[in-house]
Design a protein around this ligand. Structure first.
Ligand SMILES: Nc1ncnc2c1ncn2[C@@H]1O[C@H](COP(=O)(O)OP(=O)(O)OP(=O)(O)O)[C@@H](O)[C@H]1O
Length: 366
């Protein structure tokens, strides 16, 4: 899988860009705040992932009302022209080969990317939501059924919270509570089932990568933490459904009293340990970066095993805070598939990696 060309109009600080990429290595270098990350963000956007912007309007150039992205992508032995039109105050339009797409999930179904950026350190350091987000992004790209169940679960969760919150003033709202709990247990069981299977595969791939990174000196372990009544998260969704339902029934009164959904996959976590100590609390900067990168590279291997193609790898500022041995390991490990990697003006990376080199200056590329 690869992106051969990208055109941008009024995207972030690019007034206009036409770029043709190398099928293997693309090094993007330049001073701070010139547009390196924006370029990776545009590629990620065309794979249905928006990692920095909460709203599309943030991607549109200041003072302009529209932005246009176009990518020539080669995936599953076919050419695709993927397009996104972003408008201030109106819905975006996505197209593949001229045909309108319903949502970003359909873009992900065609073109996949794995992005590593400085914000990914949160994956290790921050609360469980960051790790759930990582799992959700990965599994949504691989399994459309998961994406559907996730959207449904989020919708039900918000609705149930509203019922619990407003029930004091309007007790009749509680009549619908059991039905919501039942539907949430159904969608939630699917989420837990898929997450457990994905984490099982992460457990096979990520520790090996982290072990290589650290020259065999560190041991990464991952563990899935979900609802306590679920005895085997890898069991079939029907079994998990019954156990979730039981948990919700047992906590019905407590949920009404606290006005919160007390259990379910919205509380899941992926526990990350290095040498049996919680990485969140004890890992150094370099270890944190290595662990986060190991998770991302493991996800990339799982994509490759499932689809037969490597997703495009987008590495933003990946080498800082790594010692030279870990840096060398990254550069060796990323070979295979198409890679975009950013670095600063005076970095040795362009000489080390080869491939096509892009110099980004103030929203223009040479
Ligand atoms: N919607 C927008 N319109 C115009 N400019 C924008 C918009 N959003 C961001 N920018 C600008 O784009 C510039 C480049 O940002 P980018 O994050 O790509 O920098 P970078 O080259 O990756 O820098 P660094 O090395 O510091 O990470 C910033 O100065 C930012 O203010």
């Amino acid at each position: 899988m690869r992106i051969d060309g990208l055109s941008l109009d009024f995207f972030r600080n690019y007034v206009h860009l036409d770029a043709a990429f190398d099928p293997n290595i693309n090094v993007i270098y330049g001073d701070n705040a010139q547009g390196k990350t924006n370029l990776l963000e545009a590629v990620a956007y065309l794979s249905g992932v928006s990692h920095r912007a909460r709203y599309d309007r943030e991607l549109i150039q200041f003072g302009v009302d529209h932005a246009f992205l176009k990518g020539h992508v080669f995936a599953r032995e076919r050419d695709f022209l993927l397009e996104a039109e972003l408008h201030r105050g109106a819905r975006r339009v996505l197209r593949s080969n001229g045909v309108k797409l319903k949502n970003g999930g359909e873009l992900s179904g065609i073109f996949q990317s794995v992005l590593f950026c400085p914000e990914d350190l949160y994956l290790i350091r921050e609360g469980a939501a960051a790790r759930r987000g990582f799992l959700d992004d990965c599994i949504c790209q691989l399994r459309p059924r998961y994406a559907q169940a996730l959207a449904e679960y989020k919708r039900l969760h918000e609705h149930k919270i509203r019922i619990l919150r407003d029930s004091e003033e309007k007790p009749s709202l509680l009549d619908a509570l059991d039905e919501f709990s039942m539907s949430m247990a159904k969608a939630g069981a699917l989420l837990i089932h898929y997450r457990a299977h994905f984490i099982k595969r992460l457990c096979q791939a990520a520790p090996a990568i982290h072990g290589d990174f650290s020259g065999g000196r560190e041991r990464l372990t991952l563990r899935y933490e979900t609802v306590s009544t679920v005895t085997d998260p890898e069991a079939g969704p029907q079994v998990i459904f019954q156990q979730l339902l039981q948990h919700q029934e047992e906590h019905r009164a407590a949920e009404i009293a606290s006005r919160q959904c007390l259990s379910g996959p919205h509380k899941d976590d992926l526990l990350v340990e290095i040498d049996e100590k919680a990485a969140k609390s004890y890992a150094s900067q370099g270890q944190t970066r290595t662990a986060a990168l190991s998770l991302k590279l493991a996800a990339r291997e799982i994509f490759q095993q499932d689809t037969g193609e490597y997703p495009v790898l987008l590495l933003d500022d990946v080498l800082s805070e790594l010692d030279p041995r870990r840096q060398e390991f990254v550069l060796n490990r990323i070979r295979g598939g198409q890679v975009f990697i950013t670095c600063c003006e005076d970095d040795r990376l362009p000489q080390l990696l080869g491939g096509r080199i892009f110099h980004v200056k103030n929203g223009t590329v040479r």
